[in-house]
Design a protein around this ligand. Structure first.
Ligand SMILES: Nc1nc2c(c(=O)[nH]1)N[C@H]1C(S)=C(S)[C@@H](COP(=O)(O)OP(=O)(O)OC[C@H]3O[C@@H](n4cnc5c(=O)[nH]c(N)nc54)[C@H](O)[C@@H]3O)O[C@H]1N2
Ligand SMILES: Nc1nc2c(c(=O)[nH]1)N[C@H]1C(S)=C(S)[C@@H](COP(=O)(O)OP(=O)(O)OC[C@H]3O[C@@H](n4cnc5c(=O)[nH]c(N)nc54)[C@H](O)[C@@H]3O)O[C@H]1N2
Ligand code: SF4
Ligand SMILES: [Mo]
Length: 684
C-alpha cells in the first residue's frame, strides 16, 4: 500500500514542506505540502529531484580508498583506522598541518552542524575554511558589529511590507537566501495585490526582475556607491516612524557621508539619482525593506554593503517594525545556542588574513597548501564541499590538492574535489535521515517549528554524516565522542527555546507548527551587543567608508563578470540528477547585443572568456537582459575532470567559472570578491 510521508526538503534554504509517496522503499512521487504554514504547497524542480539523489546509482554507498588511479571499496572500520593512523603520523611531524573545509550542505543538516566541531577538535586545527567565505561572511561581520551576534540575521517582513527592494538577489531562481522564503512568487503577488511594490536592482534583468514592478540595472561591484546615495537621500527625509532610541551613531554616519556627492555616487553605480530619490520617498513613507544578497556580498566592499543596507533600513524607521527590517524568533534560537563570533583571533600563515568566526578565506586555501613551512596544510578534510568548482581559482586549488599527504572527503559523489581525496566517506541517502532547519528557520518569512523523521529506512551498513564525523574524531584522538545524539540535542535546544517546545510536540505536527509572522518590538531584549544598543557608526567600517574613492564613471571599463543561478541547479551538487540536467545548455556566457556585436559574437557562438587568472570556452547567449558592459556565467559546472564518476553530469559537464575567478577578498570579512572581475570575451 502506498503511503504519504511528510518531510522538509533540505536542498535549499526555502525548506519547503513536501509529501513523499512511497511504497516499501520505492518512491512514487514527491509533491508540495499545502498544509505547511510557511511553504503553503510550494515545491520547485529540485524538490522532486530528491528522488534522483536518493536513487542515483553513482551516489556512493561505501567508503572508497584511492589506490593509484583505482578506487577500492572498503569498510568504515578500515577507513577510520587507516585515516586515524595517517593523521597521527602527519600531526606528529607538524601539529599545525591539518585543515578542514566545510561545504554548503552542512548548513542544511543539523546533524553535521552539531558534529563537525568534534572533527575539528580532534585535529586541533586552527585552519578552517568554509563556503561561507564565498557567500555570506560580510553579513556575519555586519551582524556581529550591529546586533552583537554573527548569526542574528535581519530579514525583510515581506508578508506585511509595501515596498520591497531586492539588491543582488534572485529569489525566483534561488528561492531566497539568508531569508527562508518559499513560495516567493505568490508572496510577491500578495504584495502587489495590497498595492505594494517590488523593485529589483541587478546587472541582469533576472527572473525576479521580470516579476517586479521596476527593474534597475546597476554596475557590478558598485553597490556601495548606490547605497551611500540612498542612505544620504533617506537621511535627508523625516521617516514616517521615528528611529528608536536604542539606535546610536546615525549622526556620525551622516557627518561622514557629507563628503560624498550623491550625483557622482549615482553615476558610479549607473542607478539614476531620480530613482534613488524615489526609493527614499517610499522608504520614508514605509513600510519598506531593502534586502541585499549574494551579488552584494561577493565584492571587495561586501561588508560595507551589508552594513549600509541595514543602515538604510534603520535610518528610514524600518528596523524592528511590521513590514520592515525584522528578526525571526525561532523555536530553536541559534543566537542563544551559538557563540556570538569573533574576528581576528588568528592570522593566516601566508597572506596574514585575519580569522573571521574562526575561519580563513576559502580563497586562501590553495596558498596554504602550496607554501612550504611550519603549518603548511598536509592533511585536509573536506566535509560536504566541492571547492574545486566552488571557490576562486579552482584550477589552482585542484593542483594544490594533489600535493597533500592525506585528503579525506565526506561526500556522496566522486566529483571534481573528492576525486583528489585518498578516502571518500559517503553518508546514508538524503531521504534516510531526519531534518530540522536549524539555521534556516530563524530567517523564515513566517515562523514555524517543523521536524522530519527519516522518510526511508537507513541502508544497511551506512552511517550518517554525524556518525562519520564522530567516527573520524574517535579514530584521530583515540577518545570516543561522548555527546547526545543530534535528535537528543535538538530536543534540548527546542525545550530551551522561546516556546519551550519538546521534540515530541513538534513531531506531532508533521506539516509544522505555525508560530506566526516575525515578532516586532522585541529587538532591544534580543540585542547581544554589550551596550544593548545598535551602534551604527562602527569604527572600522567608518574608516573604510572614509577612504572610499568614487570612480569616474566616464572611463570605459571593458567587460565585467557576474554570476548566475538557475532554478534547476544547486551549486555543483545536483549536477547528476537525471531530471534536472534535461533541457538546453545552461552553462553559457550571457552578453548584451551591443557588446556581442562589437566583438562579432553571434548567439550560440563558442567564445573564450579570459581574466587575469585563466581562460574558459563556452557558448554565448546574446540577450538584452544583460546590462551593457556586463557578462554573466553560472558556477557549479566543469565536471569533466579526471576521476569524476557522475555519468549524467559528464554528459553535460559545462566549464567552471571559478577557473577564471581571482583570489581577491573583501578585507573586512575575507569573503571572495567574485562580482565585477574584469574579463575579455572573444570568438573562439
Ligand atoms: N563563481 C561563483 N562561485 C561560487 C558561488 C557563486 O555564486 N559564484 N556561490 C558560492 C556559494 S553561495 C556557495 S554556498 C558555495 C558552495 O560551495 P561548496 O559547498 O563547496 O559546493 P557545493 O557545490 O555546494 O558542494 C556540495 C558538496 O556536498 C556534497 N553533498 C551533497 N549532499 C551531501 C550530504 O548530505 N552529505 C555530504 N557529506 N555531502 C553532500 C556534494 O556532492 C558536493 O560535493 O559555492 C560558492 N561558489
Ligand atoms: N536554484 C538554485 N537555488 C539556490 C542555489 C543554486 O545554486 N541554485 N544556491 C543556494 C545558495 S548556496 C545560495 S548562497 C543562494 C544565493 O541566493 P541569491 O543571492 O538570491 O542568488 P543569485 O542567483 O546568485 O543572486 C545574486 C544576484 O546578484 C546579481 N549580481 C551579481 N553581481 C552583482 C553586483 O555587483 N551587484 C548587484 N547588485 N547584483 C549583482 C546577479 O545577477 C544575481 O541575480 O541560493 C541558494 N539557492
Ligand atoms: S525551493 Fe528549495 S526547499 Fe523548496 S523544493 Fe525547491 S529545493 Fe526544496
Ligand atoms: Mo551559498
Amino acid at each position: 500500500m502506498p503511503q504519504v510521508r511528510k518531510r522538509t526538503c533540505h536542498i535549499c534554504e526555502a525548506n519547503c514542506g513536501v509529501l513523499v509517496e512511497v511504497e516499501g522503499t520505492r518512491i512514487l512521487s514527491i509533491k508540495g505540502d499545502a498544509d505547511n504554514p510557511l511553504s503553503r504547497g510550494h515545491i520547485c524542480p529540485k524538490g522532486t529531484a530528491l528522488q534522483d539523489l536518493q536513487e542515483d546509482p553513482d551516489r556512493l554507498r561505501k567508503p572508497l580508498k584511492r589506490v593509484g588511479s583505482d578506487w577500492q571499496e572498503i569498510s568504515f572500520e578500515q577507513a577510520f583506522a587507516e585515516i586515524g593512523e595517517k593523521v597521527r603520523a602527519i600531526l606528529a611531524r607538524d601539529p599545525d598541518s591539518s585543515a578542514v573545509y566545510i561545504g554548503n550542505p552542512n548548513a542544511h543538516s543539523y546533524g553535521n552542524a552539531l558534529n563537525a566541531g568534534f572533527l575539528e577538535k580532534a585535529l586541533r586545527t586552527r585552519t578552517k575554511f568554509s563556503a561561507s567565505t564565498v557567500d555570506q561572511m560580510p553579513n556575519h561581520v555586519a551582524n556581529l558589529r550591529l546586533w552583537g551576534h554573527a548569526s542574528m540575521f535581519p530579514i525583510p517582513d515581506a508578508d506585511r511590507t509595501q515596498t520591497l527592494v531586492i539588491l543582488g538577489g534572485n529569489p525566483m531562481a534561488s528561492n531566497g537566501s539568508l531569508w527562508t522564503v518559499p513560495d516567493f512568487r505568490n508572496r510577491m503577488k500578495d504584495l502587489r495585490a495590497r498595492g505594494g511594490e517590488l523593485v529589483v536592482i541587478d546587472p541582469r534583468r533576472t527572473e525576479t526582475a521580470k516579476i517586479a514592478d521596476r527593474h534597475l540595472f546597476i554596475r557590478p561591484a558598485s553597490d556601495v556607491f548606490f547605497l551611500v546615495a540612498l542612505l544620504k537621500a533617506v537621511m535627508a527625509r523625516k521617516p514616517h516612524r521615528p528611529v528608536q532610541d536604542f539606535v546610536t551613531g546615525l549622526d556620525e554616519v551622516a557627518a561622514l557621508l557629507e563628503r560624498f556627492d550623491s550625483e557622482a555616487c549615482a553615476q558610479a553605480s549607473a542607478v539614476p539619482l531620480a530613482e534613488i530619490e524615489r526609493l527614499a520617498d517610499r522608504f520614508a513613507a514605509g513600510p519598506a525593506a531593502l534586502y541585499g544578497r549574494m551579488g552584494t556580498a561577493t565584492q571587495a566592499n561586501g561588508t560595507l554593503n551589508a552594513w549600509l543596507i541595514s543602515l538604510i533600513n534603520i535610518a528610514s524607521g524600518q528596523l524592528d517594525r511590521e513590514g520592515g527590517w525584522v528578526f525571526g524568533l525561532p523555536a530553536v534560537d541559534t543566537v542563544n545556542a551559538l557563540p556570538p563570533g569573533s574576528i581576528g583571533k588568528y592570522s593566516s600563515r601566508v597572506s596574514g588574513h585575519r580569522s573571521v568566526l574562526g575561519e580563513f578565506p576559502a580563497a586562501a586555501m590553495a596558498e596554504e597548501i602550496e607554501t612550504p613551512g611550519q603549518g603548511q596544510i598536509k592533511a585536509l578534510f573536506v566535509v560536504a564541499g566541492n571547492p574545486v568548482l566552488s571557490t576562486p581559482n579552482g584550477a589552482r586549488l585542484a593542483k594544490a590538492l594533489e600535493s597533500l599527504d592525506l585528503m579525506v572527503s565526506i561526500d556522496i559523489y566522486r566529483n571534481a574535489t573528492s576525486a583528489h581525496a585518498h578516502y571518500i566517506l559517503p553518508p546514508a541517502g538524503p531521504l534516510e535521515r531526519d531534518h530540522y532547519g536549524l539555521f534556516l528557520l530563524p530567517m523564515a518569512a513566517r515562523t514555524i517549528a517543523v521536524y522530519s523523521p527519516p522518510t526511508l529506512p537507513q541502508a544497511e551498513g551506512s552511517l550518517h554524516d554525524w556518525e562519520i564525523l564522530r567516527g573520524l574524531a574517535h579514530a584521530i584522538s583515540g577518545e570516543p565522542v561522548q555527546a547526545p545524539t543530534p535528535r537528543e540535542a535538538l530536543d534540548g535546544l527546542l525545550q530551551a527555546g522561546p516556546y519551550g517546545l519538546t521534540l515530541q510536540e513538534v513531531e506531532a505536527v508533521p506539516s509544522g507548527i505555525d508560530l506566526g509572522p516575525p515578532p516586532v518590538g522585541q529587538l532591544p531584549a534580543r540585542l547581544r551587543s554589550a551596550s544593548k544598543s545598535v551602534p551604527c557608526a562602527i569604527p572600522e567600517f567608518m574608516v573604510c567608508l572614509e577612504e572610499l574613492e568614487v570612480p569616474n564613471s566616464e572611463v570605459s571599463e571593458g567587460l565585467r563578470l557576474i554570476g548566475r543561478r538557475h532554478l534547476r541547479t544547486n551549486n555543483s551538487w545536483l549536477a547528476n540528477s537525471r531530471r534536472l540536467i534535461k533541457g538546453p545548455d545552461r552553462c553559457t556566457v550571457m552578453i548584451n547585443p551591443t557588446d556581442a556585436e562589437q566583438r562579432g559574437i553571434a548567439d550560440g557562438a563558442t567564445v573564450k572568456v579570459r581574466s587575469s587568472a585563466g581562460e574558459i570556452s563556452l557558448s554565448a547567449e546574446v540577450t538584452d537582459d544583460m546590462m551593457p558592459g556586463t557578462v554573466s556565467i553560472p558556477h557549479g559546472w566543469g565536471h569533466a575532470l579526471p576521476g569524476v564518476a557522475m555519468a549524467n553530469a559528464l554528459g553535460k559537464p559545462g566549464v567552471s567559472v571559478n577557473d577564471i575567478t581571482l583570489n581577491e577578498v573583501d578585507p573586512l570579512s575575507g569573503n571572495a570578491a567574485l562580482s565585477g572581475i574584469a574579463v575579455e570575451v572573444e570568438v573562439a
